[in-house]
Design a protein around this ligand. Structure first.
Ligand SMILES: Cc1cc2nc3c(=O)[nH]c(=O)nc-3n(C[C@H](O)[C@H](O)[C@H](O)COP(=O)(O)OP(=O)(O)OC[C@H]3O[C@@H](n4cnc5c(N)ncnc54)[C@H](O)[C@@H]3O)c2cc1C
Length: 475
């Protein structure tokens, strides 16, 4: 039996991994050259607790279940995950009432450990918080992770277990006969399949239509961010939320897994056709600043590293669309807006189990859930690093000084599937540091060119159209 997953974001990659537990031929398609280059590459990276979502929704169910799976999945896949907890801060009596609603909602959803704190208790946990805080909701199960790394690690582990990664291959059509999926048509040919999973992020509406399944347009909701460098580490130790508004969870201040501080996101509804409009704007960034200062008045903005934006795939009605559709064999994990990252492991498990039952797939006797890490120099002792250098001198050649990434790590990232500069960055953090690639980009480009046997002009930042060099200026 052959099962295809369309979309190698965090959702599709985890689905492919779950499917690779079964005796089936699993194909994971993405039109991008690497996993995690869609919505997954730009978001808040929070593993939510589940108190923001109305009880009874798919969001609530899969968010709480997904959160519980994170420690195990991240340990298996060697992806960073830290349960830092979160505070929702209330500054007015009305916001205090919202905290009680969130508490009730969270308890109804089965979120463990929620607790209301006084303003003084919140300040004791987070001394940089605006001293006008009156009360706070503490959620200890909130965590932070690296979504792009999770997508890449899940795809890699799926491939370790036999899945075929068909990256850089866009799905153009779906063949349905007598109400049942029969094949996929891509840029490269026709693939007969017994089942298809639509995990196409912002484009899930278009993919659904390919199968003749009606799907109201998915609207992009843009979120802009400001990222502060590791030098701001310690400003806050947990995720700080304001009370939510009808559009979003509001503008947050939170730590990132590698020690930075993230401010944002905005929530701007864009027309359905603007699915690539991930630019930042002056107004948006000022909105981020105002929102973040409401929570933490003194922000070290001189430590600003970069600004960026992501697009949430907002479905009509606001809930995820998960399960089999009206077309037999056509399953969906669509409308995966926030908390889609959190929900992804639980959605993946549930869909894979449903497909396995429907197709009568047996479990593999030898599924290996472990994807070994690429060692990080900053996590090695001097003796360990020394030993690696003796085995392979490329461990001694630093390519990215900001994040101490060596040539050996870059080569290993390429061996595991990196084909672009962003692919190397997402796997090793080279280029994520203070200089934002000013020093390492040319070096990594040269290593990619050498290892892949391609001309430097064929190496891109993140796929076709983002090549960095045109040719030699000197002989
Ligand atoms: C601003 C913002 C903040 C967020 N914050 C959080 C958060 O803190 N916590 C949380 O839980 N969630 C958060 N989310 C939501 C989370 O990021 C998404 O739910 C999740 O990344 C969606 O992953 P995905 O795999 O469904 O989509 P994607 O990552 O977009 O993957 C879909 C893939 O499908 C591919 N594709 C599309 N069409 C085709 C085709 N025809 N053929 C082949 N491939 C195709 C695309 O190239 C893409 O790679 C946030 C989102 C945003 C934008």
């Amino acid at each position: 039996m052959r099962v295809a997953v369309i979309g190698a974001g965090v959702v599709g990659a985890l689905i492919a991994r779950e499917l690779s537990r079964y005796e089936a031929e699993v194909l994971l398609f993405d039109r991008e050259p690497e996993p995690g280059f869609g919505v997954t590459k730009a978001n808040s990276a929070i593993v939510h607790a589940g108190f923001h979502d109305e009880p009874g929704t798919m969001r609530a169910r899969f968010c709480v279940a997904g959160n519980a799976l994170y420690p195990e999945i991240c340990a298996e896949l060697s992806v960073p995950f830290r349960r830092v907890g979160a505070l929702v801060l209330a500054f007015t009596p009305e916001e205090e009432r919202t905290l009680s609603v969130l508490l009730d909602q969270g308890e109804a959803n089965g979120v463990p450990g929620l607790m209301l704190l006084s303003g003084a208790e919140a300040l004791a946990r987070e001394p940089r918080v605006n001293p006008e805080v009156r009360r706070a909701l503490w959620a200890p199960t909130v965590g932070i992770t690296e979504p792009w790394a999770l997508a890449q690690a899940a795809a890699e582990n799926a491939a370790q277990n036999g899945a075929q990664l068909r990256l850089g291959e866009e799905v153009l059509g779906i063949v349905v006969r007598r109400g049942k999926v029969e094949a996929l048509r891509t840029e490269k040919g026709v693939h007969p399949v017994s089942a298809v999973v639509n995990a196409a992020g912002l484009y899930a509406d278009r993919v659904a239509m390919m199968a003749g399944v009606p799907f109201p347009p998915i609207r992009p909701r843009r979120g802009q961010y400001i990222l502060l460098d590791k030098t701001a580490e310690g400003l806050v130790s947990s995720v700080l939320f304001p009370t939510p508004n009808p559009l979003s969870k509001g503008i947050l201040v939170l730590p990132t897994v590698d020690g930075g501080i993230l401010l944002g996101p905005t929530a701007e509804d864009l027309p359905p056709e603007e699915k690539e409009a991930a630019e930042t704007t002056r107004e948006g960034l000022f909105q981020v600043l105002a929102g973040a200062r409401k929570l933490v008045p003194e922000l070290p903005l001189t430590e600003t590293l970069k600004t960026f934006a992501g697009l949430r795939p907002e479905p009509e009605g606001g809930d995820f669309v998960v399960g089999e559709s009206s077309v037999r064999g056509f399953y969906q994990a669509a409308g995966m807006r926030s908390p889609g990252l959190t929900a992804a492991p639980a959605v993946a498990r549930s869909l894979a189990e449903a497909i396995a039952t429907d197709l009568g797939l047996a479990r593999k006797s030898r599924f290996n859930p472990v994807r070994p890490p690429i060692p990080r120099v900053e996590e090695l002792t001097e003796e360990e690093w020394d030993r690696l250098i003796k085995e392979d001198p490329r461990w001694g050649r630093i390519v990215c000084f900001c994040n101490q990434v060596t040539e050996a790590q870059v080569v290993e990232a390429i061996r595991r599937g990196a084909r672009t500069l962003d692919g190397v960055k997402f796997r090793t953090r080279a280029g994520f540091g203070r200089c934002q690639g000013s020093f390492c980009t040319a070096r990594i480009l040269a290593i990619l060119s050498r290892e892949l046997g391609r001309g430097p002009e064929e190496i891109s930042l993140r796929g076709r159209g983002s090549e960095l060099v045109w040719g030699k200026v000197r002989p």
